[in-house]
Design a protein around this ligand. Sequence first.
Ligand code: SF4
Length: 451
Amino acid sequence: MQKERFFNILKRGCRKMERAKVSLVKFNDDRRNIRRAVEMCDGFKELTPSKRVLLKPNLVMWDEVLPFPKFGVITTAVVVEEMVRLLQEHGCSDIAIGEATTEDESINSETEAAYRGMGFQQLEKKYGVKLLDLNRGPFERVEFDGFSLDIAAPVLEADFLINLPVLKTHNTTRVSLGFKNLKGCLSRRSKIFCHHPELPLDRFIQRLGEKLAPALTLIDGIYALDRGPAMNGTAHRADILIASRDMFAADVVGTMILGMNPADIGHLAEHARRHGLPLDGSNVEICGEELSSLVRPLKWDWGWLEDNSGPTAFGRMGISGVYYPKYDHTICSGCSFLNNMILILLIGAYTGEPFDSIEFLTGKVARSRGGYKKTFLFGNCIIRANRDNPAIGEAVEIRGCPPRAEDIVRTLNEHGIRADFNTYLQYRESLAARYRDQPQFREEHFVVGEA
Ligand code: SF4
C-alpha cells in the first residue's frame, strides 16, 4: 500500500487544495484533550447556540445479564459526557442523544438499559439532554438511487449531527467508524434490508453517510477493537481521539490508524468515487499527533478452514463431522451475535468423537449442497432460502428473527448435540476476565461522572 506516499502528502502542507482538517489527539485520561480534539478541527465552527444538536454514539449492543466487556465495542461515556459539556458551554440548550441497540429481551439489551447502565440519566438531569431510543421511531422514508430506507426522524431533523463512533474493525465492512455508525439511525427493517442478498452492504452505508453528513465526527479511540465489532474481538487501549468536520476524512485517518488501506474499504472507496476524492489522504490536514506514530495494525477478519467447514479453531481442536461455512454479508447483527454463541456451544459439545454429519447455514442466501444427515437452518431467512431444497437430508429449523438463545440450546440438544449454555456463560466470563487486573482498561470510562 502507498503508506509512505500517504505520510509524505500529509507532511507537505496545504499548498494546493483546501484540505479537511483532522485532529489527532492523545486522550491520556485527561478530558481537556477531548476539547482540544474538537477545537483543533474547528469542530463547532458552524454551530450556533440555537441549533438542535443530536449526538449519535455507538451503543450497538448492551447486556444486563451476561458479562459484557465494553472496551472498543461501544463509545465511552467520557466522550459523550464531555461533548455534552462542551456543547452546553458553547450555549447549546437543545441537545439530544440518539441510539438504537440490537434488542434481545432475554438480556435486557434495549437502548434504555444502555442509557441507564452508562448513567446517561445524569446528563438528562444536569444538562437537560433528551435521551432518544431510535428503535422506537418515528421514521421517515428516504429515497436513494434505487432503494429507500427508513431513517429516525430526530436524526433528520437535527441541525447539527455529531457522530461518535468507536475506533474498531468490523468482520464484514473491515472498519466500523463514522459511516458505519450511522446505520444505527435506521429502522430495524431497514437495517435488515441493508444486508441485501444482491446489493453490497457498503453501498447502503455510503449512501446513508452521504445523506446524513454529520457536522462533526469524533472517533472515540480510547479503546480500539481487533476483529470487531462485538465483544469477542480483542480490545486495546489506544488512547486516540480523531475529530473532523469531514466524516470521510476522519474515517480515512481512522482506517490508516487501524493499519488498513482506505481504498480497501468498500464504502470509503464508493464515497471517493462519487465525490472525486482521493483515498490516499491528500485532502487531509492532520493537526496534533503524527499519524505514523499512532498506526497500530489490527485484524478485521476471522480465520476459517480452507474447505470452509468451520472456524480455524475447529481445525486446531480436531473437530470434524460438521460443516459450518463462514457467515456472509447478508447476516445481520441479531443473528451474527448468536452465530458466535452456536460456535462456542459446538466447541463445548465436542467430545473428541466426530459430529454425526451435520451442517449449519446462516444469513439469507446460502443453499445446502447436500451430503449431510442434518442441516440446521439458523433464522427465518435461511429457512426461507432453503425451503423445499431437495439436497437437504433432514432440515432442522431454528426459527426466529433472530432465534432465541434458549431455542438454539434446546434444538441442538433435541438433535443429539450436547449443548450446555454454561459453556457459553464461561466463555463470556473469560472475555470479561481478559481485561480484569489491567489498569489501562477502566470500567469507569463507561459511566457518566466516574472517570
Ligand atoms: S433471521 Fe437473522 S439474518 Fe434474517 S433478518 Fe432476522 S436477524 Fe437478519
